[in-house]
Write a protein that binds this ligand. Structure first.
Ligand code: ASP
Ligand code: MG
Length: 468
């Protein structure tokens, strides 16, 4: 069995949906059965959010514009794809589902608030629409297909907006729902992004969560492979805007892909790999607009995969805090209280670095959490700050850069190559993180040096391996 997930741009227009049909038809010849998972059409989830926000704030003009865009984009696609009675059926589905969203918006306008639970119900509209359109189009083109709402089989907790998966009930419900469809020789066209609680209340898996849905489906159905169709040729060795010689990686490991997705690469939703890695189901990243290209394979490590640095990636802008104690509290206490305080404030720590001078350390948080982090730390150390035991907390916006590749630790000289490459370009390193993972060496530089640093490291550390 093959699970294929199509992202927003891959179903983003009538043309793109024709391409999907082409890909599904070919895949079925080689890999039947095929399960299709779809995102909302591109820009639609944003449109739904914007419509809801404007409704709540009483900006009915913007809300109306967004609702018109929502309906028009889908109806135009219907008109371009369908003919005859199928067109009427498709138009009716679009009107029904968008009508549901209109009512949710009116409700929010009346309440003057956006309850998370209602928001998830509203956002579900995007994926439900695209699943219906793709399924109907496959049918029209002679491929028997059924739209499937994962609200009926992906079971989650009630953390609306970013719900957590409950794998056991999901596996059972997914198999019960999907396998009869594939056994009948039909193609299930499944909504990405959506789930429901045990009580059937609609949830979503977090922005970009359709990749994760693809992985959940693949794991629950014991698929042989997951193919993620997107609008790039695969996973790149660097941001092509910074490095013109960046190239597509043929094959990387789960571990490398997971470091990449945590460290700013936008290829995959960060939860995607966990359900696959434990079952050794490989993932391919492929380009719907160039399906003949091989793409990138992500799978378990094996002797054929080259070791060494493979990709350089960055997180920017992020904020670096420096904390320095003058002896009291000691290092352990300084760390402990910092982490506890940030944890209680739900602030994510991206990276920690400690200088050889033990009572001083730096930590990195997302820039949008910078204010909250400062307030939290100043509260936590108020007494010590007032009495000068802890120096005033400093912060600076920086870019974090990571060099990623399995087996780097076993290869002498890579860190020095990395620092040497930066030194040659006269780029100052602000802090170095001693990664506990073998697959990641990271450091921070000034935000303005980001692109130059990526290029220097790519040219100095990765290009030689690419040639090898
Ligand atoms: N449509 C959802 C989003 O834009 C899920 C996805 O596309 O992966 O976040
Ligand atoms: Mg996506």
């Amino acid at each position: 069995m093959l699970v294929m997930k199509f992202g927003g741009t891959s179903v983003g227009s009538a043309e793109a949906i024709r391409g999907v049909k082409q890909i599904v038809a070919q895949a079925r010849e080689k890999h039947a059965p095929v399960v299709v998972v779809v995102s909302a059409m591109s820009t639609i989830t944003e449109t739904l959010l914007a419509a809801a926000r404007s409704s709540v704030s009483g900006d009915s003009k913007t809300a109306a514009e967004k609702l018109t865009h929502l309906e028009k984009k889908h109806l135009d696609t219907v008109d371009a794809l369908f003919a005859g009675p199928r067109k009427d059926a498709a138009r009716k589905i679009v009107q029904e589902i968008t009508g549901e969203f209109r009512r949710i918006c009116s409700g929010m306008e009346m309440l003057g608030e956006m309850p998370l639970r209602a928001m998830d119900a509203g956002l579900s509209v995007g994926e439900r629409l695209s699943a219906h359109l793709v399924a109907l189009f496959l049918e029209q083109e002679g491929i028997a297909a059924d739209a499937v709402d994962t609200g009926k089989c992906v079971v989650t907790d009630d953390n609306f907006g970013s719900a957590r998966l409950l794998m056991e009930p999901t596996r059972e419900a997914t198999r019960a729902l999907i396998l009869p469809i594939t056994k009948a020789g039909r193609v299930p066209v499944v909504t990405g992004f959506l789930g429901a609680t045990r009580d059937g209340i609609r949830t979503t898996l977090g922005r970009g969560g359709s990749d994760y849905s693809g992985a959940i489906l693949a794991a629950a159905l014991d698929a042989d492979e997951l193919w993620i169709w997107t609008d790039v040729d695969g996973v790149l060795s660097a941001d092509p805007k910074a490095v013109s010689s960046a190239r597509i990686l043929d094959e990387i490991t789960y571990e490398e892909a997971s470091e990449l997705s945590h460290f700013g690469a936008k290829v995959l939703h960060h939860k995607t790999l966990a359900p696959l890695a434990s079952r050794m189901i490989p993932v391919w990243i492929k380009n719907t607009f160039a399906p003949e290209k091989p793409g990138t394979r992500i799978g378990p490590p094996h002797p054929g995969i080259p070791l060494g640095p493979k990709a350089v990636t960055s997180l920017a802008p992020v904020t670096m805090f420096t904390l320095r104690s003058n002896g009291t509290p000691g290092t352990t206490e300084l760390f402990a209280r910092t982490f506890t305080a940030l944890h209680h404030a739900s602030i994510e720590i991206l990276m920690v670095t400690q200088s050889s001078y033990q009572d001083n350390f730096c930590l990195l948080v997302p820039q949008d959490a910078s204010e909250a982090a400062l307030a939290t730390l100043e509260t936590a150390f108020r007494l010590e700050l007032n009495h000068g035991y802890v120096d005033p907390i400093t912060r600076q916006d920086v870019a974090a850069i990571a060099l990623i590749g399995e087996g780097m630790r076993g290869t002498p000289g890579i860190a020095s190559q990395m620092f040497g490459a930066l030194a040659q370009q006269k780029i100052n390193i602000i802090a170095i993180a001693q990664g506990s993972s073998e697959t990641n060496i990271s450091l921070t530089v000034a935000t303005a040096d980001r692109a130059a640093a990526i290029k220097a490291i790519h040219d100095g550390c990765i290009a030689p391996y690419q040639k090898a």
